[in-house]
Design a protein. Structure first.
Length: 637
């Protein structure tokens, strides 16, 4: 690796604004975009005299799955001065260098071809990385400051850099020197490089940038105007006085692709992946569902800047990146965020309240379609996210409940319960604000202390930035609202019974109607998937008709009563002509073996939810509904 010429420039790097004590320096170069390789050099000035260990994280905060990022380290070597050192791999993610004096220097390459928000990606069009995919942690020195030099790709001009990593000499949007207070901060500022479009808006004096990479024709003016409303509403939710967000700037890093979807939250930025057609185009009227989906994604990740990045479960305050860090509280941190992401779009007036109720109906249907809600609680789902929710298989709908979707419905039920019991005087918003004052504003990492009221609120200011204890939620709700929700948390979050959605919604003048899918046609109790080999069973739903007749996930359906089943539409038209209780012969392949199953068709399960505003609801209910949707909500409700 040709690094010696650059080494000569090292002194100013050492004596950078991060201070002369900075003894850990990273340098990253998108060295070979066609081979998708970043080159990284890590220098450690005072390595462990017993032999320094370095480790690649196993996971990235916000995405609760061990991904073993070390598997993309392609080549690695260690040197002290000119001398090459032995470097032993001692477990799947850790290396140990032979003891040495002076600066230890590690050089390695990282294969970056994961087009997601969680890892790293590089080609001749752009580069993207999270530190957890490219920068080794220096064992025992994770809390030390580090310097980071980001260099341009050799032979490619015109690239810029977008990141909220603090600059340490680099000019805005440029390659150059950056710094981080510790590895946790380093890992919390993803970096995008390439040619991108850019728009800016302000929230309470704080600049917010939107950077879009990938081909697109998005109306940036519209996008900035709409996101401004969402962000301002969220900042006001947490900080009613002044509405100032807790960071000095915020960055939406958007990668526009043909298909793909995802977002990952960070302390002052988010990485989003979305279909380019979800972005608004010039002259677009209203908010189509696709754009509403994008706004909800952006809203979700932005809400996380408070809720999970600063208000954190105690189990994730000092996460160990080498192994799973389970908590039973993801239903609060992901579920509540999922509840507020769409709700805030209605509250700030971007989305008609009827469209919001439609989206809420979809969430209810999503939960009701999965028998897994009766097998696993959202608290269990949170704890086992690492091995279940993030590792779905054909049985997941039967065994796993989403702490996002059901967590959002638990949030809804808690919110409506608090509003009902306090006559509208208190709500889940008060709970969020107390969580914020208690665990976030008082000094979580990355929090701008100039936030209005920060540190000046008596008892609240005296609290530390520790996280929410596993059993800390119900007492906090009691403190914030005077409502004892402990039995409800026990039933709704720790238990697997049905949520009282219809009753809760009725109390605010909204009716919940449930019907079967496919206009009430009889059902096989299967989830289907179009695959190259034909119409496959994705899941045979628990204790439903297909499973009872011996059909299974992975079987390929070929005929019903001797007639070929070409696709799902064809199958549905056949079922529509039959009645519940009829027995049909399903012909199917399991692997290469043809077999027949006699299925007694079942009445459709009532999973499809429709929410409607009840105009005849009593005035008290209507008042609660208006408080819930907020004064800016538009349309009917
Ligand atoms: Zn989330």
């Amino acid at each position: 690796m040709s690094t010696s010429a650059r080494e000569a420039r090292r002194p100013e790097h050492r004596l950078s604004a991060a201070g002369p004590e900075v003894g850990i320096r990273y340098r990253i170069v998108p060295i070979d975009p066609h081979a998708h390789l970043f080159e990284v050099v890590l220098e450690i000035d005072d390595p462990d005299p017993d032999g320094q260990r370095v480790r690649m994280p196993a996971w990235i905060p916000g995405s609760y799955l061990v991904r073993d990022f070390a598997r993309h380290v392609v080549a690695i070597e260690a040197r002290a001065g000119k001398r090459r050192l032995d470097l032993a791999k001692i477990d799947r993610q850790t290396w140990q260098a032979a003891p040495c004096r002076g600066t230890l220097r590690l050089a390695y390459r990282v294969y970056a071809w994961d087009l997601s928000v969680r890892a790293a990606h590089l080609d001749a069009n752009h580069g993207f990385f999270n530190a957890t995919s490219v920068f080794l942690q220096v064992a025992g020195r994770e809390s030390r400051a580090c310097a980071v030099r980001i260099e341009p790709p050799p032979g490619i001009g015109g690239w810029r850099v977008a990141t909220t990593l603090p600059r340490d000499g680099a000019r805005a949007w440029s390659f150059g020197d950056y710094r981080a207070r510790d590895y946790e901060e380093l890992a919390d500022h993803p970096v995008e490089m390439g040619r991108f479009t850019h728009a800016r808006f302000m929230v309470a004096g704080v600049p917010h940038d939107i950077v879009i990479t990938g081909r697109h024709d998005a109306d940036l003016t519209r996008l900035a105007r709409d996101l401004q409303k969402v962000c301002a509403a969220q900042a006001r939710l947490f900080e009613p006085r002044g509405g100032k967000p807790p960071f000095e700037r915020y960055l939406f890093l958007v990668m526009a692709v043909d298909e793909g979807y995802g977002g990952l939250e960070h302390r002052s930025s988010t990485a989003l992946l979305c279909p380019r057609h979800d972005l608004p185009h010039a002259g677009m009227k209203g908010v189509p569902d696709s754009y509403r989906g994008f706004l909800a994604l952006a809203s979700h990740e932005y809400f996380h800047a408070w809720h999970v990045k600063r208000i954190r479960p105690a189990a994730l305050v000092r996460p160990d990146l080498s192994r799973e860090n389970p908590t039973r509280l993801l239903w609060i941190f992901e579920g509540f965020t999922s509840y507020y992401d769409e709700l805030m779009l209605a509250r700030c007036g971007l989305v008609e309240s009827t469209d919001y109720l439609k989206a809420l109906g979809h969430t209810i249907s999503q939960v009701l379609r999965g028998p897994g809600r009766l097998a696993q609680s959202v608290a269990e789902s949170s704890f086992d996210a690492w091995i279940k929710y993030y590792r779905p298989d054909e049985n997941s709908p039967n065994a796993v409940v989403s702490y996002y979707a059901k967590g959002a419905l638990v949030a809804l039920c808690l919110d409506l319960e608090i509003r009902h019991r306090t006559g509208g005087a208190r709500s889940l918003d008060d709970v969020m604000r107390l969580l914020w004052r208690r665990f976030g504003r008082a000094g979580a990492p990355g929090t701008d202390r100039s936030v209005d009221g920060c540190g000046g609120d008596g008892a609240d200011a005296a609290t530390t930035a520790e996280g929410l204890a596993e059993n800390g939620f119900a007492p906090l709700v009691l403190e914030a609202t005077g409502v004892d929700v402990a039995p409800l948390v026990e039933a709704w979050a720790e238990g697997t019974g049905e949520l009282p959605l219809a009753a809760q919604l009725r109390a605010i003048g909204i009716t919940l109607e449930l019907e079967g899918a496919d206009d009430g046609a009889p059902s096989l109790g299967l989830r289907l998937a179009a695959r190259p080999e034909g119409l496959a069973i994705a899941t045979a739903l628990q204790d439903q008709a297909g499973m009872r007749a011996g059909l299974s996930g992975g079987d390929v359906l070929v005929a019903l009563d001797g007639l070929r089943v070409r696709d799902e539409k064809c199958l549905k038209s056949m079922l529509a002509r039959r009645r519940a209780g009829d027995i049909v012969e399903m012909h199917a392949f399991r692997r290469d073996e043809l077999f027949t199953a006699s299925v007694r068709l079942q009445a459709p399960v009532l999973t499809e939810a429709t929410l409607k505003v009840d105009d005849r609801a009593p005035p008290a209910a209507r008042l609660l509904r208006r408080g819930w949707l907020g004064p800016r909500a538009r349309g009917g409700a």
